[in-house]
Write a protein of this length. Structure first.
Length: 159
């Protein structure tokens, strides 16, 4: 079996487990009458994940290149951007750790700008304003539109 089908099989198992958890999520009494439930999006994502994984698994094998090899050559692993990948994973972990202490706006701005720097963006006069505006828009949409409280400022700043 090709590597993409193995990855799709792992993705299928993860999607099925996620779907099982989403479909068996216990709702609180006041949540039952809501139009958009806490498990609505996870249910849709799990179904979409299962469909995509099954499409990849059961799709006919694509023609290989002229050299007869599959798309991924593990002998050339040094050409993969493993440093950038590990940098993005470290940025995600740091974002999760810093979200409560420094607040949503500062953590999200730092995360977006840091990911841009890891990916090679060096125009800081463009990167920083985009990160600030994006964090503010996301905070506004989540706070005001969805009604989910996100602490925008650090813990020592009282509202």
């Amino acid at each position: 079996m090709a590597l993409d089908r193995w990855i799709a099989l792992i993705f299928l198992v993860i999607s099925l487990l996620y779907g099982y958890a989403a479909f068996n999520y216990p709702l609180l009494p006041f949540e039952r009458g809501m139009a958009f439930l806490p498990n609505t999006q996870p249910m849709a994502l799990s179904v979409l994940g299962v469909v995509v994984a099954l499409i990849i698994i059961f799709s006919p094998k694509a023609r290989s290149d002229d050299d007869g090899k599959d798309g991924i050559d593990l002998a050339q692993v040094r050409q993969f951007k493993i440093g950038q990948t590990l940098g993005l994973v470290a940025a995600m972990v740091l974002y999760a750790v810093l979200l409560r202490p420094i607040g949503f706006l500062a953590a999200t701005t730092t995360f977006i700008a840091g990911c841009g720097i890891v990916l090679g963006e060096r125009k800081f006069h463009v990167l920083i304003p985009i990160a600030v505006v994006t964090a503010a828009i996301i905070w506004y949409l989540v706070q005001e539109t969805l009604g989910i409280f996100l602490r925008p400022w650090p813990w020592f700043v009282d509202n």
